[in-house]
Design a protein around this ligand. Structure first.
Ligand SMILES: [Zn+2]
Length: 66
């Protein structure tokens, strides 16, 4: 038996501006630079959102496109 070291890719994290849901029961949040509203509402529960920051891995070149 041997142990295998998990190789973790180092993804640099940056402090990213986000909107987070104000509801304690909801984990909804979104990157602020994906929104264009001044005060977006939560896509999950519809509550208002507050701006904040979160450490997130830097985005790869191809962002999610809808
Ligand atoms: Zn929510």
């Amino acid at each position: 038996m041997y142990t295998r070291k998990k190789i973790q890719e180092e993804v640099p994290e940056v402090n990213t501006k986000i909107w987070s849901c104000e509801s304690d029961d909801c984990n909804g949040w979104m990157r602020a630079n994906f929104t264009f509203d001044e005060a977006p509402t939560c896509l999950i529960c519809g509550s208002s959102m507050q701006s904040g920051e979160k450490m997130l891995p830097t985005l790869a070149n191809s962002a999610v496109r809808s």
